[in-house]
Design a protein around this ligand. Structure first.
Ligand SMILES: Cc1cc2nc3c(=O)[nH]c(=O)nc-3n(C[C@H](O)[C@H](O)[C@H](O)COP(=O)(O)O)c2cc1C
Length: 141
């Protein structure tokens, strides 16, 4: 099995409702568990950032499905590379709405949090996106 990590950003489409996040998570958690996919989904001000880890073929298939999902648009793949081991193995699919952090929770992360999740700086520096994801992996629900 070739293990890969894939990170993308996207924007929720106009028809997007709060309850849609719950629908996505409910589906994703069950399906990802079945398919050996781990990762983290961040949401902030209408934008998503997601990291997916798993078998290369499985991840590429899911990425294709996600890319065609009308619930979001403007999907930009920041990173897809082989990994030796998982970084997000504690959760099948964690979720964090980082738009709802308190000022105290935000302190120390301001450099990340003052930019939207689909900020162009992440395209030129995917490592920065990865660091953001790692920052929140311990705080997901
Ligand atoms: C932001 C976002 C993240 C998603 N993450 C996942 C995921 O981690 N796993 C998953 O199975 N589906 C995820 N989906 C749902 C897929 O796009 C798709 O609806 C699902 O895989 C079902 O596809 P199918 O009916 O063609 O099998 C996500 C959708 C969106 C909009």
């Amino acid at each position: 099995m070739e293990l890969v990590t894939l990170v993308y950003v996207s924007s929720a489409s106009r028809s997007f409702k709060d309850s849609d996040i719950q629908d996505i998570l409910r589906y994703a958690r069950e399906s990802n568990e079945k398919n050996g996919i781990t990762g983290l989904l961040l949401f902030k001000d209408g934008n998503f950032m997601q990291v997916l880890e798993g078998d290369a073929q499985v991840i590429d298939d899911l990425h294709h499905k996600i890319s065609n999902d009308p619930r979001h648009t403007g999907i930009i793949t920041l990173l897809r590379e082989p990994i030796q081991s998982r970084s997000f193995s504690e959760w099948k699919m964690g979720f964090k709405d980082i738009g709802t952090l308190t000022e105290e929770e935000k302190s120390g992360w301001s450099d990340y949090l003052e930019h939207p999740l689909n900020d162009p700086s992440y395209v030129s520096n995917p490592t920065k996106a990865y660091r953001l994801l790692e920052t929140f992996k311990k705080t997901v629900r």
